[in-house]
Ligand binder design. Structure first.
Ligand SMILES: *[C@@H]1O[C@H](CO)[C@@H](O)[C@H](O)[C@H]1NC(C)=O
Length: 340
């Protein structure tokens, strides 16, 4: 009887120990961007840092132009130029490197890493971020391709600059191209019309990783929204919006209607919810619901990962949302698709 008790106690304790052992290293990635996940996993598996995994993983998408929404040659702005946004956050030091509206440099996340490691700043933008990148040895080159030029020509010449992101201007932006002028307060003001977006308009690669030391990092890279107004910076490079990481808790990343999402800092909120004891899925749901309460038609998703390797996601405004995970319990990456 006594022996049985000891055995039961042992089994119970053993199970508890197995369950509580952290499942690290681990990486999760938005959408079906598995090649980036594979690259990040290679880094983590060899004992590399979460920061390296994020940078090298996201770089794969920048080179492969994932869905045309990451890297060069996608999402031309109103002037037909592709500009890039990227963020990398170190959850160990709470240091951030980010670039917004980066011009003529292909490897946005690596420029962000240089902002993190070679400056006391957190965020560089536009033409002057390009100057910084060139100083750091990055190659300056056009980000346009024949595909992005074709996309722009069709938008401009056939579709009369539809869709676009203007409101309360004349001529009527829902019918005509610019240049636009503001409508004065006493003139006819139309309410903001939410843009109908196709599913390839707002994808971003967002990644969160925990390395074998237990260090957390997160990052994003994107070429933003198609036909954006030149100068537009979305949610992706904003710490707490596009991604967030904190060694004490874990990390999160977001993708979707960036102009709306960045107003709610969904990645920060998801991390704070996990800090308060929420599961990653609950945390992501809270972040998504906060936005939906104000913008029921918004489209987006949040992925979340704890420092011990528990993960989850939530989405809104699309039928389903896939994300990719790789950890040591899997021989290869797994794509998990959730319903929204
Ligand atoms: C992964 O990369 C290969 C080329 O190396 C490419 O053919 C494939 O489409 C990529 N997969 C995804 C999901 O992008």
């Amino acid at each position: 009887m006594f022996k049985l008790l000891i055995l039961l106690l042992y089994l119970g304790l053993n199970r508890y120990l197995v369950v509580s052992e952290p499942n690290i290293p681990v990486v999760i990635t938005t959408w079906w961007f598995s090649n980036s996940t594979v690259k990040a996993w290679e880094v983590l598996k060899e004992g590399g840092s979460a920061l390296d995994a994020i940078e090298q993983g996201a770089s794969v998408c920048e080179v492969q132009q994932c869905d045309g929404t990451v890297g060069y040659g996608g999402s031309p702005d109103e002037n037909s130029e592709t500009t890039l946004d990227a963020l990398i956050m170190d959850g160990k030091t709470m240091n951030v490197g980010a670039v917004g509206a980066l011009r003529r440099i292909k490897s946005a996340i690596s420029v962000a890493r240089h902002v993190l490691e070679h400056t006391k700043h957190s965020f560089l933008a536009g033409e002057l971020a390009t100057q910084f990148a060139v100083q750091m040895g990055f190659k300056e080159e056009s980000l346009s391709t024949s595909e992005s030029k074709q996309l722009w020509l069709k938008w401009h010449n056939q579709n009369h600059c539809q869709p676009n992101f203007w409101t309360s201007v004349k001529p009527d932006p829902s019918k005509y191209c610019g240049p636009y002028h503001q409508i004065k307060k006493n003139e006819d003001m139309r309410p903001e019309v939410q843009m109908i977006v196709d599913k390839y308009n707002h994808d971003t690669i967002g990644m969160v990783a925990v390395d074998s030391n237990g260090d957390v990092a997160a990052g994003t890279s994107t070429n933003g929204a198609k036909y954006k107004i030149p100068g537009r910076v979305g949610d992706s490079p904003i710490p707490g919006a596009g991604a967030y990481a904190d060694n004490e808790v874990g990390g999160a990343a977001a993708t979707g209607d960036g102009d709306i999402m960045l107003r709610f800092l969904p990645s920060f909120l998801a991390v704070e919810e996990m800090r308060r004891g929420a599961s990653p899925t609950e945390a992501a749901q809270t972040a998504v619901k906060r936005i939906a309460a104000h913008y029921p038609d918004f489209m987006g998703a949040v992925i979340a990962l704890t420092k011990t390797g528990q993960y989850g996601a939530a989405c809104h405004g699309i039928p389903s949302f896939p994300y990719v995970i790789q950890d040591k319990t899997r021989n290869i990456f797994e794509v998990i698709t959730i319903k929204c």
